[in-house]
Design a protein around this ligand. Structure first.
Ligand SMILES: [Zn+2]
Length: 294
């Protein structure tokens, strides 16, 4: 499975998709609802989002499983459905995109801090990520994306769980404007620890826009030989009338995207606030350099 992803990464720039959450809210998800429950209650909406991204040019789509770990799902009384919601996430993506794109299974943070900063033991964290990883393998995901991580200990546990399950694993930390994660991790620290944990591709997503992410990608390029991946937000979020909005237009996002590629990103997509229009603009800006899926 991972061979297709590896092949694509050596053939050209691999174009990922944009935000899932932003699109789910547009499709009717209410604040406070469990986003991953849409895999069960509104599968056609999730599939349509994947299809819109592929139509925009994405050759890799991310599953709607970001928060589908048992610790986060417990907030909605859904911890018992961890396996089911993760398998469904992968299956829906595969059904939606067929052979046109690779299916990247999303694994986000637990949503609670791990000891010594919080209450969750490392063993419980490992079990939680392992449940997700096993479901991804069972449903036939092409690879796993550990993403939006702030705590390096948590990221390493997640990467090890995915690698142990047999998944080709991409690992992203989320860096703030300061150039470090919320928990104070610098890119070079992350690069070393994530590579040692078995990540095949490393990078960054969320939190900031492409402008701020550029220096992170440049730093990563200096401290690792692994392929780099990045999925920035559509700029720094602004709250207007109580609603989160992201300032970058598709054209502006695409302009910055080409700079990220010049800085060394091999896989590029978008995070919060990016839409199929952003991915389409990026596809146009990178025309002739994009990898096709074999
Ligand atoms: Zn994001």
């Amino acid at each position: 499975m991972s061979q297709r992803l590896q092949k694509a990464l050596s053939a050209g720039i691999l174009l990922g998709d944009g935000a899932m959450g932003t699109m789910l809210y547009k499709a009717g998800l209410k604040p406070g609802d469990c986003p991953e429950l849409f895999n069960q209650s509104a599968p056609e909406k999730v599939m349509r989002i994947h299809q819109e991204y592929v139509a925009a040019g994405a050759r890799l789509v991310e599953t709607n499983t970001f928060g589908a770990n048992p610790i986060r799902l417990a907030r909605y009384g859904l911890a018992g459905q961890t396996g089911e919601l993760n398998r469904l996430g992968v299956t829906l993506a595969r059904q939606a995109v067929g052979e046109q794109a690779l299916v990247l299974a999303s694994m986000g943070p637990l949503g609670e801090l791990i000891e010594p900063f919080g209450e969750i033991s490392q063993i419980d964290a490992q079990r939680a990520f392992a449940l997700q990883a096993e479901a991804f393998v069972a449903a036939g995901a092409d690879a796993c994306l550990v993403e939006t991580m702030s705590d390096l200990t948590e990221a390493v546990i997640a990467v090890k769980a995915a690698v142990t399950a047999g998944l080709f694993t991409i690992a992203h930390m989320s860096y703030e404007v300061s150039g470090r994660t919320f928990m104070g991790v610098a890119p070079e620290q992350a690069a070393e620890a994530l590579a040692e944990a078995g990540a095949a591709v490393i990078g960054a997503n969320c939190s900031v826009g492409p402008t701020e992410m550029l220096s992170v990608v440049r730093q990563l390029r200096e401290c690792t030989d692994l392929p780099l991946s990045c999925m920035p937000n559509a700029g720094l979020p602004e709250t207007i009338n109580g609603v989160d909005t992201w300032p970058l237009s598709p054209a502006e996002f695409a302009q910055w995207g080409t700079k990220l590629v010049a800085a060394g990103a091999r896989l590029i997509g978008g995070c919060c606030g990016t839409t199929p229009a952003h991915i389409q603009a990026l596809a146009q800006a990178l025309q002739g350099r994009l990898a096709e899926i074999g």
